[in-house]
Design a protein around this ligand. Structure first.
Ligand SMILES: C[S@@+](CC[C@H](N)C(=O)[O-])C[C@H]1O[C@@H](n2cnc3c(N)ncnc32)[C@H](O)[C@@H]1O
Length: 331
């Protein structure tokens, strides 16, 4: 499975390599991130930044790799948790789809009844690039997922024609989950590369439990690696050296990394009443960890070592109750 954020950064642009923690470079990056965060508090700047393409919107073209990375990797993560046969008629909720809702198209093709997208910074899901992704995925879906072509929503008009009947877009942060009228209605709640960016991970976990029916399943792939300029350091743990008191001012208004670690997400899902199984998909190396450890902010140097090593992980959560739809074990 891809390490989403690092993969996209490499796809999207230059990749300056930096030595570990030259203080001035870190200070410069902190200052830039602070300015961007403050900018998001100014309405015209915020509006301009939200209109800018992100994820698929900024790609040159929709290649086979892009389709695998943006559509099929997360899609197969979901169908491993809730097999296709059991998606029929299901209500599914995706948190943080970004600037396309291609997973909605694929899940509806498999027979899901309703697809809900909740995103604090939902992009233009009808941009030409998003539309191209829908068309490309719609073309290969019948063979890839063994569904009749007639079951695939019409890509050219997606999601417009299904808005309000099968597709529902909720432009708000997951922190406002109680305002989405889905309490106890979802068979499946999922996200891919989102948990690390939410303002409140506690709300993210509680929302999962709140939306699910008893017996329903949640699956979240969470990225614990660096994002934005922090991907450019040779040691990927450099972003954890920035003091917490400073970090929060670099990310609070723009979905920057909350830097919660694996063990903290696990505890939050369990606290929300979910039964959780996890799978580590990628780890930091022992060398990266050893080199960065003396420089880490105290919050991280005190964290369990095993947790700090996790770079990308999948959390499969089940809401206790009758098994209306079976949850597969993580695979
Ligand atoms: C790294 S992108 C991942 C996008 C997509 N899932 C993918 O794999 O390409 C993170 C997404 O989370 C969304 N997000 C950030 N904070 C959020 C919040 N508090 N509530 C809901 N969505 C949020 C962002 O707007 C963005 O679309």
């Amino acid at each position: 499975m891809r390490a989403i954020v690092t993969g996209k950064t490499e796809l999207g642009g230059t990749h300056r390599k930096k030595g570990l923690a030259p203080r001035t470079q870190i200070l410069a990056d902190v200052a830039t991130e602070l300015a961007k965060n403050l900018g998001m508090m100014i309405p015209p700047i915020r509006a301009w930044r939200l209109r800018r393409p992100r994820t698929v919107g900024e790609l040159e073209e929709i290649t086979t790799e892009v389709m695998e990375e943006f559509a099929f990797a997360p899609f197969e993560m979901v169908t491993a948790c809730l097999p296709a046969a059991e998606l029929r008629g299901a209500t599914v909720v995706e948190i943080g789809p970004g600037d396309n809702v291609v997973l909605g198209l694929a899940l509806l093709a498999l027979g899901a009844g309703e697809y809900h997208a909740i995103d604090r910074f939902l992009g233009d899901v009808r941009s030409p690039r998003a539309q191209k992704l829908y068309t490309t995925v719609a073309r290969v879906l019948p063979e890839r997922m063994d569904v009749p072509a007639s079951a695939v929503p019409e890509a050219g008009n997606f999601p417009k024609v299904l808005l309000g009947s099968k597709v529902f877009l909720h432009r708000r942060g997951i922190e406002e989950f109680r305002s989405v009228p889905l309490a106890g209605k979802a068979d499946l709640v999922f996200s891919y590369g989102v948990g690390q960016s939410v303002a409140s991970a506690e709300a993210f976990a509680q929302a999962t439990a709140h939306f699910l029916k008893p017996g329903g399943s949640g699956v979240h792939a969470i990225q614990f690696g660096p994002m934005g300029p922090w991907t450019e350091y040779r040691n990927p743990l450099t972003f954890l050296t920035v003091p917490e008191s400073v970090w929060k001012w670099t990310s609070s208004h723009r979905g920057g990394a909350n830097r919660l670690r694996y063990h903290e997400f696990l505890a939050l899902f369990e606290k929300a009443g979910l039964i959780v199984e996890t799978e580590t998909l990628e780890e930091f190396t022992e060398e990266e960890h050893e080199e960065a450890w003396p420089h880490l902010d105290r919050r991280f140097s005190l964290a369990p070592r095993d947790s700090l090593r996790v770079r990308f992980a999948k959390f499969v959560c089940r809401k206790p109750g009758p098994e209306s739809r079976r949850t597969g074990s993580p695979s």
